[in-house]
Design a protein around this ligand. Structure first.
Ligand code: GSH
Length: 216
């Protein structure tokens, strides 16, 4: 069975290029593994059949010969086990990649998303003024630790891995709020990830779908 990943047929412009099937497409492109994209809309995400595959009705969901899974991080852990392009083959090296995938999703993304959401959806609301400095301070603390870890390395574990796909996609969501200018090595790391040909292919494919299915 060819690997299949679900993606939205169309999303509003603010979300285009950021939908999380991008992570899976990028990983599959890096690995050179063949895959199909199953395009879905709200009629599918609400269906019982889809909820059995992705209980929260979100994208991405993924299946291949071996597994039927959801959560972009879990999908990348699975793919990392299938391709040396995404992780070293030794158990200790693979465990480091899993560690950084979870760290990106659990120790950085919630704080990044919090600030990005404040700026994108709640800017100007009276309660934001008091809350935003705290949200920014927590994120700064996490980014400072990440920046220190990365130092002058190109990638989190010294070579490109699936964990960099997660971390770079988390950091990209922070470009608009400007915080990355305080962390030049993280911003350069984000740009290095986005400069990879596999990222470009994944992004072009996601955007092409939205162009093809734009509402009239
Ligand atoms: N933790 C999930 C998050 C997935 C997620 O947030 N997907 C969004 C698109 S980026 C979605 O499907 N949103 C629609 C919804 O939540 O109903 C993952 O990383 O796979």
């Amino acid at each position: 069975m060819t690997a299949t990943v679900t993606a939205f047929r169309w999303v509003p412009p603010f979300a285009q290029g950021f939908v999380r099937d991008l992570r899976v497409r990028w990983a599959l492109e890096e690995a050179g593994l063949p895959y199909e994209v199953e395009l879905i809309g709200l009629e599918t995400t609400a269906s019982e059949a889809y909820r059995r595959w992705q209980p929260f009705g979100q994208v991405p969901a993924y299946r291949d010969d071996e597994v039927e899974i959801f959560e972009s991080g879990a999908i990348l852990v699975h793919l990392a086990g299938k391709s040396e392009a995404l992780a070293p083959t030794d158990p200790a090296g693979r465990a480091r990649v899993t560690t950084w995938i979870i760290s990106g999703l659990n120790s950085v993304e919630p704080f990044a998303q919090n600030l990005a959401t404040l700026d994108s959806f709640h800017a100007g609301q009276p309660w934001v003024e008091g809350y935003r400095p705290m949200a920014r301070a927590i994120l700064e603390k996490r980014l400072a630790s990440l920046s220190q870890w990365l130092g002058d390395k190109d990638w989190l574990e010294g070579r490109f891995t699936a964990a960099d796909i997660i971390m770079v996609t988390v950091l990209r969501e922070l470009v608009a709020c400007g915080i990355l200018t305080d962390f030049p090595n993280l911003d350069a790391y984000r740009a290095r990830g986005e400069a990879r040909p596999a990222f470009a292919r994944a992004m072009a494919d996601q955007l092409q779908t939205f162009r093809e299915n734009a509402p009239a």
